[in-house]
Design a protein around this ligand. Structure first.
Ligand code: PBG
Length: 322
């Protein structure tokens, strides 16, 4: 006689739903957007079917339409018209992201607006910090990153999300925000960001591929897992309100470790390369897109993510996949 028959609880959809351990809700998802200069602009990104670079007018329309379907949170990446050696457009009061935030807050005030805080899209050399003699200089970069975060908060961003991986930038941002009356703006830190080939399509989208070298002197080495706990704890100690693990899919062990190491919410970034692979396989008829997307997102949440940034958010909401 078999006492334990695990199949008893799998017999019907009703039974399975009643005992499911993990639920994914659209409320956890964050949709990324790429915003560029001009008006009426909509440029498809080759490697990321369904994702476009859009000017502010189209962005506001997209965000409003997505919100009507249930996408409540977005993260913004800016593509400026001009880049230079000090990333001037990153912290300009009338920079692309700053104007986009103001417009979204007017058009869709019910949407949670997160801004990616980085210098790479704004630097002529494409690195995430200030470059001197071929070296990415940490502390000078933190100053510019803090200025950038403040200008986003002043434009109305609900959360600022530094993705540069300089040491001490969370503390620098917190100090600057607090000194300027923004003590209530949370910081979502890309605390555990690995140097990854999964970012390839994003760099095409944002035009942010480094002009020399790579990002391995500041982003993490994917051979390391203990280091993820260290980075997450450091950022929490510096004042991070939410910590991120990025990429997500090949890093579910890291999501779990970070979840156990800190008590703040954990966000996972289901990055561009992960999206592109799914889209390519689905277009080739190799996998069923809806099933695979839901399985992937459920796995990320099961690993311990409270929030997930994903380019699939729009499809999931519009097509009612959940
Ligand atoms: C900027 C940044 C990157 C991503 C998010 N912020 C690119 C990078 O670090 O090279 C990647 C996002 C994605 O691949 O979807 N530093």
């Amino acid at each position: 006689m078999l006492i334990q028959r695990p199949r008893r609880l799998r017999g019907s959809a009703l039974m399975r739903d009643a005992v499911a351990e993990t639920t994914v809700s659209a409320k956890r998802l964050v949709m990324p957007h790429f915003v560029c200069e001009g008006s009426g602009v909509r440029e498809p990104i080759g490697a990321m079917p369904g994702i476009d670079r859009v000017s502010i007018d189209n962005l506001a329309r997209d965000v409003e339409r997505d919100h009507a379907c249930g996408v409540d949170a977005i993260i913004l990446f800016g593509i400026p018209a001009v880049k230079d050696e000090k990333a001037s457009q990153a912290y300009a009061a009338d920079g692309i992201v700053q104007r986009a935030v103001r417009e979204i807050k007017r058009a869709a005030p019910g949407v949670l607006v997160i801004t990616d805080v980085c210098l790479c899209e704004y630097m002529s050399h494409g690195h995430c910090g200030v470059v001197r003699d071929g070296v990415i200089v940490n502390d000078a970069s933190c100053e510019l990153i803090a200025k950038t975060a403040l200008s986003h908060a002043q434009a109305g961003a609900d959360i600022v999300a530094p993705s540069d991986m300089m040491d001490g930038r969370v503390a620098a941002i917190r100090t600057t925000l607090d000194a300027c009356g923004r003590c209530d703006t949370p910081i979502l830190s890309y605390a555990v960001k690995y140097a990854s080939a999964f970012y390839g399509p994003f760099r095409e989208a944002a035009g942010s591929a480094p002009q020399f070298g790579d990002r391995r002197s500041y982003q993490m080495d994917f051979r390391n897992a203990r280091e993820a706990e260290k980075e997450a704890r450091l950022d929490v100690d510096e004042g991070a309100d939410i910590v991120m693990v990025k990429p997500a899919l090949a890093y579910l062990d890291i999501v779990r470790r970070v979840r156990e190491a800190v008590s703040v919410p954990v966000c996972a970034y289901n990055v561009s390369g992960e999206y592109s692979m799914v889209k390519a396989a689905a277009a080739a008829g190799r996998v069923d897109e809806r099933s695979i997307v839901i399985e992937i997102l459920t796995a990320i949440v099961r690993a311990g993510a409270d929030m997930v940034i994903t380019y699939h958010a729009r499809d999931i909401a519009r097509e009612r996949w959940l």
